[in-house]
Ligand binder design. Sequence first.
Ligand code: GLN
Ligand code: ZN
Length: 766
Amino acid sequence: MTVSHNLGFPRIGANRELKRVVEAYWQGKIDSDNLLEHGRQLRARHWQQQVDSGLDLIPVGDFSWYDHVLDTSMLLGVVPERFCQNSDAINIDTYFRMARGRAPSGAPTAACEMTKWFDTNYHYIVPEFSEKQLFALSYEKLFEEIAEAQSLGHKVKPVLLGPISYLWLGKCKGAEFDRLSLLDDLTAVYGEILNRLKAMGVDWLQIDEPILVLDLPSEWQKAITASYHSLQVKGLNILLTTYFGTLANNVNLVCHLPVAGLHIDAVRGSDQLTTIVDNLPAYKILSIGVIDGRNIWRSDLDEIIALLNPIKQRLKARLWLAPSCSLLHVPVDLEQEKKLGIELKSWLAFALQKLDELDVLKQIFSQAVEENEYQALIGPLQDIKESRLSRQSRINSTRIHRDDVIKRQAEITDAMFERTSAYAQRSLKQREELALPKYPSTTIGSFPQTKEIRQARHLYKQGEMSHEEYESQMRKEISIMVAHQEEIGLDVLVHGEPERNDMVEYFGEQLEGFAFTEYGWVQSYGSRCVKPPIIYGDVKRQGDMTVAWTQYARSLTKKPMKGMLTGPVTMLQWSFVRDDQPRSVTCQQIALALRDEVIALERAGIEVIQIDEPAFREGLPLKQSEWKAYLKWAADAFRLSSAGVKDETQIHTHMCYAEFNDIIEAIAKLDADVITIETSRSDMELLDAFSEFDYPNEIGPGVYDIHSPNVPSVEQMVNLIKRAADSIPAERLWINPDCGLKTRGWPEVKAGLSNMVAAARQLREA
Ligand code: GLN
Ligand code: ZN
């Protein structure tokens, strides 16, 4: 027997059911009983699907209404006072208030911070710790879900975010203090949780400690050992799960933690497998994550079998099999896709197909044969034959490999990465050309995506609206947006992106080498889902992508009109990327395609072009030793896409939810004339980076938090800018929101932007 299990299942549902019910609840369309019932149904379905896939243990506690880190905060009673006065019971409304920024009275308040979960595009709600933080078991959700799964007859393996990772991912509020000082109290509450689980008859508990793949300070390494030594509950087996990388120099520490089992990510961390097997105490099980939970390619089963074979001989029943990490990061079911084409589909696997692959491996490794007998055993298997065929067809397909793209890459010269003059000279020319006031105001690109806009795009896509009709409606929308911006008094306008459902999909659809799914949704944050494109082949631009819309918008105003593109790194980062060549090579292909679009926009008379790179930071490898190489190729890709223009053309870039401090020099190397960034939700903390490092070009620190429905006041924004002016010379400051406005409604946007423009005017006068 070889045990197979799963670390987590996509919670949103194959048709984004979770999004629908959560949003309906927020809008008051359904009540909490109704919401909870929908949750039960989704969980029941997902558990059953996992059981049907042949898993021995199914995860429980991976379901979340918004985010599992926020769930953990609720479980542990880490609820900041602004969301819950002492008398309030903590309930699902408290939970949504933390995520969305509401006081118990319903009045707006600062939402909890949100940030990226390791190097994924999933966002978690950052726990806020005060120096006197109390921890107390405060929320029953986990226990209720376990009882629910048990009552359905499932073999349950609860999932908990571990104390060390939880503490690490959180943040001190108020005065800075050492978070580790909270660990003892925190561990004590985990102890209570473990006892409750034991009492519920839980046999195996999965505790996620993904920070074990990071470079950890030695105090944290010590703290882990101490914490797990005190987390001992007799009869309850802990499976300590790590993922997203190798254990690197934490390897010895991890192997010897007092837990019953260890899970490692063998997709990203197979180099250390032998060391781990050698070092693992004989009582421990080793769960090897062999199926890629971060990508949608079908596995190379032969390769996995070759990897596992010698290990199986040594570990025997102590070997467990699993996906590399939670399947949260992949869509649910490939079977739903009807438009992908047989060939492409044969290369792919979504969550359910991944569990099928896992089951094939489990069946193979459950047969007790000798190492040299496996070939004979697997040869005749249909699943293996199909896996091999799929592999072969990817290697040979002319849909994937394009000679002209490869040739162009070979011909790239050094000069293609450089603007003609340095920023100092360019900025003079641009100032003259654009004639902007001090503290120029702009937006990040998108404006509210109204029902009409969505409807029109939908009908057009379904073939129910003619091209002419669609075009004229979009033009009408653009003209409305331009008129609004004129009225508000913004300085650099945008066309508003009504024709884009998604900033990557829009471009990918027009490029060769990209494919799109119908249902391939993954959760990005809360109820927000994204449908990442699949980059399966060499990327090539077929023709203009944004020129006509931008040119039309420009014709409506005398103010500068900013062209709007998605950058190469973000396109890469927010797609499922082919795994048959280095990411840097794929990124460079996208950069070349974008370079042509940038030049085409300039030719069409567009003087300001923004190349969004919100995912630049997120592409950073988790281990510092790998940063340099990434930052080099990523910055090169941006420069390759942007440097083809003349000095007078102003290149903007935009990044949001990024911590800049550690990559500020690399960002300066992008050599964009202007960068707009997220700051408002983290109290301008971001600016620390700019006070220590003399950022040479212009910056627009976002003063308007678009992730909350609250309308910021003029005063608030003036104050933020004044603070920014402490670290950045005023002549290089721009005034803008911290991200695009597509998810907001017009009334709040008009109010917010009008205040923002008023703030800019006030500053100019001062
Ligand atoms: N231009 C994009 C928009 O405004 C940028 C979005 C983003 O940064 N995620 O929607
Ligand atoms: Zn943004």
